[in-house]
Design a protein around this ligand. Structure first.
Ligand SMILES: NC(=O)c1ccc[n+]([C@@H]2O[C@H](COP(=O)([O-])OP(=O)(O)OC[C@H]3O[C@@H](n4cnc5c(N)ncnc54)[C@H](OP(=O)(O)O)[C@@H]3O)[C@@H](O)[C@H]2O)c1
Length: 320
């Protein structure tokens, strides 16, 4: 099969298109899937550059989203059969989705919503599970809450805005002015251009010092120590970003804040509610661009290039 293989850690140039052996079933609960589309997540370039080198052996195949067709099932698999359309996030640490075929355990799989294309479906599993875990499970976001979603145009942010609206929240987000209308169309009530303004100070002003009930952190840096500036008393903050350096949480203590740390692993249970929201037409995948798998280097460059001409809006998808 065709696959994108990483032999050495480094920049996009280490992503090499190769012919490798197609995996085959080795356990009764396994399922072989023909990958039709996958997507690019920041986790992919973090793996590519060696951030998780202690967890992998080279050569490796990365990629954390699959939309495709079941090709073969093990003898103990009862709920899936060849021809079923499925989508899922591969288990972290195993073979990834940048390949024509992917072998997984049946417990990973979710049925792909019928109205979605493979490309649309591949934009969802990793971020879908993450967004539900953040907003519903950890932050317990509910009707009437206010939430700040920085990076509203990103993969996580573009889905989080939509889900936060379905949960009844008032949504502040950040995004470049050129994307304002698109972000409002997703459901954002207030858009702050983070390239022009300090969005934490803006939230303070817009809420007259009260702050927001919930904030998510997709940005990192000093967000954990600074975000209590924009958080209401007893506010909840959910962070997705690894903590590169020690953070001073004194202001969080003054706010009686609750901090949650999320590192999504395999997330089928959290994906189910997102599937239902998509089937009900309340949430849609947002696609920035689609590249053929062969153009993987260009796809990674687009995601990592901070000076790109056209800002990112949604997910970068790869058709396989
Ligand atoms: N822990 C987990 O399980 C988990 C799961 C999924 C994602 N993540 C992490 O979450 C982060 C976001 O993922 P993603 O898929 O949404 O990434 P993405 O698609 O690359 O989007 C990032 C967004 O953040 C915005 N941004 C960048 N710097 C910012 C800043 N200082 N202030 C406000 N906005 C800023 C960008 O806007 P501009 O283009 O205008 O700069 C862009 O819209 C990544 O770090 C990823 O690793 C973690």
């Amino acid at each position: 099969m065709k696959a994108i293989v990483i032999n050495n850690y480094g920049g996009p140039e280490v992503l090499q298109l190769k012919e490798v052996a197609t995996p085959s079933l080795t356990a009764p609960t396994q399922v072989l899937v023909r990958v039709r589309a996958t997507s690019v997540n920041p986790l992919d370039y973090q793996v590519r550059r060696g951030d998780y080198a202690s967890l992998f052996e080279l050569p490796l195949i990365t990629g954390h989203d699959v939309a495709g067709d079941v090709i073969a099932v093990g003898e103990a698999v009862k709920n899936w059969r060849p021809g079923d359309k499925v989508y899922y996030s591969p288990r972290f640490g195993g073979q990834g989705s940048y390949a024509e075929y992917h072998l997984t355990d049946e417990s990973s799989l979710s049925k792909m919503p019928e109205h979605l294309s493979y490309e649309e479906a591949a934009a969802v599993p990793l971020i879908g599970g993450t967004v539900w875990e953040m907003l519903a499970v950890r932050a317990n976001l509910k009707k009437g809450d206010t939430i700040l979603i920085p990076g509203g145009a990103g993969g996580v942010g573009s889905l989080a805005i939509q889900v936060a609206k379905t949960l009844g929240a008032f949504v502040y987000t950040t995004g470049q002015n050129i994307l304002r209308e698109q972000l409002q169309h997703l459901g954002a009530d207030i858009v702050i251009d983070h390239h022009q303004k300090n969005y934490l100070e803006e939230i303070q002003a817009l809420t007259r010092g009260k702050g927001v009930d919930v904030m998510i952190d997709t940005v990192g840096g000093s967000t954990l120590s600074d975000s209590p500036l924009a958080l209401a008393d007893y506010g909840r903050l959910v962070t997705l970003v690894d903590i590169a350096r020690p953070q001073n949480l004194l202001r969080a203590w003054e706010k009686n804040a609750t901090y949650h740390f999320v590192f999504t692993r395999q997330s089928r249970e959290e994906l189910h509610p997102i599937t239902r929201l998509m089937e009900a037409g309340q949430v849609k995948p947002v696609i920035d661009s689609v590249y053929p798998l062969e153009d993987i280097k260009k796809a990674h460059q687009r995601m990592e290039d901070a000076k790109r001409d056209r800002p990112l809006f949604g997910k970068i998808v790869l058709s396989v």
